[in-house]
Design a protein. Structure first.
Length: 521
């Protein structure tokens, strides 16, 4: 039905001389309806629709409570006990109109937007393409509610320690903090409870007190309490992530920093056209100053030093100078690592880029360690390249065996390469073709199959003559997989203080007997 306002618009446009075709196009009304409006009376009063079935509100509320909200049962009771048959759709519509089945949605509390009073923090997960890899990233964002200032950074994972590092980085960059920080009910800062009754983790309470603010959780399901934060993530999705390419983690965070602190801060925000950088200059007087000398967050991690002087951390190996192989303490900061060893100077290493694994690090300005850590993974790119160059049967088998479960990739490649050196190319290819047919990846079974094929061919495994001087060859030194262990530390145990005292005691005892014998003689 066409309402009165649209009828007036039709008549006004017609009196101005606009054609019916143009009026129909603009108002999305058919020309037949337009003619009926123009030929009819000036005012068309819609007739109110009369309800076929009158349902008492009090009765519906009582039945809804008795039937615990099951509408089909309410409809049955209306028909059986109250002689009021009604359709299911009519009943559900009436319950919604009276706000019986659908509770009234209440808006979260309105809080005045005062300068320096509030900042908001939240995280969300995105799937991005870094270079050629597709990875999941966690976006962490802080939003100043009054000045609309933002700070964005991405992490491969987000925990309580990284939350501390992020807050420290943001607040020391701004130089100020708001009085309270609104967060959702995350377990990174919340110990128990929800909303206003939530208890913050004491560790996070102490951390926030250093910067002069407090954490507050919003009510459960009231994400609009931090609507500025949610809107900021929408801007990230629709503006920052669209049409940009990222090479790695460093490139991603560099572009995020430039976008949040340069582009957005000097771009008009909201309908009033506020520029965050200028509004922040006014809000600065109401914020809490943050000292630039605050100690950066860190976490303490105990580690053991292996026999070659390395400690392992997040898949990489760091050299500890000295010969004392004792336990050390690692302090992990946001961008660096400190190794504290008893009786030695503190060694500081910058943390490598995200994704770096199996790398060795030693202090700058000192000679590189002669040995590699014992637990370092040995790469097998050369073995795999040589195997794939042997022919199509080997390539097909590797395509099946490498993704299969139940074995370690590098160990399988080494064993296959060793087997290829122990057999002829023909026997090796026949062995892998047969293993592919029966879906076999166990190396011991492959060796038995190769021996069986050799027996069928009438071949005998020849004795291998080993040249004992192979260790002195340059090719062996460059391609050996393990280092010769340094056993000098164990040799020095034989010359320790206890052994020296015992030896001296024996010598003194011998000398004393000779002297005593000589005197008596």
């Amino acid at each position: 039905m066409i309402d009165a306002n649209r009828r007036k618009a039709v008549r006004a446009l017609h009196e101005e001389g606009m054609s019916l075709r143009e009026i129909a196009r603009r108002l999305h009304i058919s020309r037949r309806t337009l003619r009926r409006i123009l030929d009819g009376p000036d005012e068309a009063v819609p007739r109110p629709r009369k309800r076929k079935v009158e349902l008492d509100e009090e009765l519906l509320r009582k039945l809804y409570a008795d039937c615990e909200g099951f509408i089909e049962r309410i409809r049955e009771k209306l028909a059986e006990e109250h002689n009021t048959p009604v359709k299911y759709s009519t009943l559900t519509q009436r319950l919604r109109e009276l706000f019986i089945s659908a509770p009234v949605k209440t808006r979260c509390e309105r809080v005045p937007d005062d300068p320096g009073a509030e900042m908001q923090h939240d995280t969300t997960v995105y799937t991005l393409k870094l270079g050629e890899r597709t990875v999941k990233v966690v976006a962490s964002l802080i939003y100043l509610r009054y000045s609309k200032r933002r700070y964005l950074k991405f992490y491969p994972a987000f925990n309580r320690f990284r939350m501390k590092c992020f807050f420290h980085e943001v607040l020391t960059y701004w130089g100020y903090a708001a009085k309270e920080c609104i967060i959702d009910n995350t377990n990174l800062a919340r110990l128990r409870g929800l909303g206003s009754s939530a208890t913050i983790v004491p560790e996070m309470v102490y951390f926030a007190a250093q910067y002069g603010f407090t954490f507050h959780c919003h009510a459960l399901g009231h994400a609009n309490r931090k609507a500025g934060e949610e809107r900021s993530f929408w801007t990230v999705e629709t503006n920052f992530l669209k049409g940009r390419h990222f090479n790695d983690w460093e490139d991603l965070n560099a572009q995020a920093f430039d976008w949040a602190t340069v582009r957005i801060e000097y771009r008009p925000q909201t309908k009033r056209g506020l520029i965050p950088a200028r509004v922040f200059e006014h809000e600065r007087a109401f914020l809490i100053p943050v000292s630039p000398h605050l100690c950066a967050p860190y976490q303490e991690l105990p580690r053991l030093v292996d026999q070659y002087g390395y400690v392992a951390f997040e898949g990489n190996f760091y050299w500890v100078p000295g010969t004392d192989r004792r336990d050390v303490k690692i302090l992990q900061y946001d961008k660096r690592l400190e190794i504290h060893a008893p009786g030695q100077a503190v060694q500081s290493y910058p943390l490598p880029p995200e994704g770096t694994r199996n790398a060795l690090f030693s202090p700058e300005g000192e000679p590189k360690p002669p040995y590699q850590p014992r637990s370092r993974r040995k790469r097998t790119e050369q073995e795999e390249t040589r195997l794939r160059a042997m022919g199509d049967p080997v390539v097909r088998y590797l395509k099946f065996a490498l993704p299969a479960k139940g074995h370690e990739r590098h160990a399988l490649l080494r064993e296959l390469y060793a087997l290829s050196r122990q057999t002829s190319p023909e026997i090796f290819e026949r062995t892998l073709s047969r293993a592919l047919r029966y879906r076999i990846v166990e190396i011991q079974t492959l060796r038995r199959m190769a021996v069986l094929l050799l027996s069928d061919a009438g071949a005998v495994l020849p004795d291998i003559e080993i040249d004992e001087g192979y260790r002195d060859r340059e090719s062996y030194r460059e391609g050996h997989l393990t280092d010769v262990p340094d056993l000098a530390a164990y040799d020095r145990l034989l010359d320790g203080p206890g052994a020296d005292d015992q030896t001296e005691g024996k010598e003194e005892g011998t000398g004393g007997e000779e002297e005593e014998g000589h005197t008596h003689g």
